[in-house]
Write a protein that binds this ligand. Structure first.
Ligand SMILES: Cc1cc2nc3c(=O)[nH]c(=O)nc-3n(C[C@H](O)[C@H](O)[C@H](O)COP(=O)(O)O)c2cc1C
Length: 216
């Protein structure tokens, strides 16, 4: 498979809108019924950016070397960024159904998804989530996974807690972005870890699934 086929550059996110944070807080609800229409690439891009996109790039000097830290929309203990997002696409305009991995950078404007595996596996994901059927009706399902090992060197026994807290920040960002786009989301914590690991690989611990779909 060629590089062009495996990596899709997403539309740049927008950094402003007329929809206030107060309105998003008021209107956020767990939504489990969706319209059959597809998400646009712009909508998908905006949701992924809200969840884990780059919001600031800071350059600094370490001796002679210029270093960069890319800060994200959600806070991260020690700016170590242990989260990995996997998206199961069912209906996204111009995008082949399959499992994709989110690539947040480089920079605030540039982000992408890379194809991990073709084929629509939402029925299998619903099964892994104890038969929650609305997962199969969503336009896409996002799995937020974490690599606790990335935190362990610095934070030891608190690493797992810190990753879980960060997952909550990231998930809430997505939940608050969704209402302005006419998109419904539900966060799902009830699933078999072992079964969901089949989607994200052995190195990533799955913490949350978010079902995503148009609601008008
Ligand atoms: C940690 C966590 C796990 C959840 N797991 C599920 C789930 O497995 N399935 C589901 O339908 N909703 C799940 N929810 C959503 C809750 O049911 C929902 O937030 C609650 O009913 C309150 O409704 P609201 O989100 O519309 O305010 C979960 C929420 C949280 C915070």
């Amino acid at each position: 498979m060629s590089e062009e086929l495996t990596t899709i550059t997403l539309p740049p996110p927008r950094f402003d809108s007329a929809y206030s944070i107060e309105k998003a807080l008021l209107n956020r609800r767990s939504v489990r019924r969706y319209l059959p229409q597809a998400l646009s690439r712009e909508e998908l891009a905006q949701l992924l950016w809200a969840c884990q996109g780059i919001s600031r790039v800071k350059s600094w000097q370490a001796g002679r070397r210029t270093m960069q830290t890319s800060y994200r929309t959600a806070p991260s203990a020690g700016a170590l960024y242990p989260l990995e997002l996997y998206l199961m696409v069912k209906r996204v305009e111009g995008t082949e159904p399959g499992l994709y991995h989110y690539l947040p950078g480089p920079g605030k404007e540039h982000h992408a998804i890379e194809l991990v595996q073709t084929g629509e596996r939402s029925a299998e994901l619903a099964e892994a989530a104890l038969g929650q059927r609305f997962i199969t009706e969503a336009a896409a399902n996002l799995i937020i996974g974490g690599m606790v090992g990335r935190m362990a060197g610095k934070y030891g026994r608190r690493a797992n807690l810190y990753v879980v807290l960060e997952v909550g920040h990231a998930a809430q960002n997505l939940c608050l972005q969704a209402p302005s786009l006419g998109i419904g989301v539900v966060p799902i914590g009830a699933f078999s870890d072992t079964a969901v690991r089949r989607f994200v690989g052995e190195e990533v611990e799955p913490f949350y699934i978010l079902s995503i779909g148009k609601i008008g």
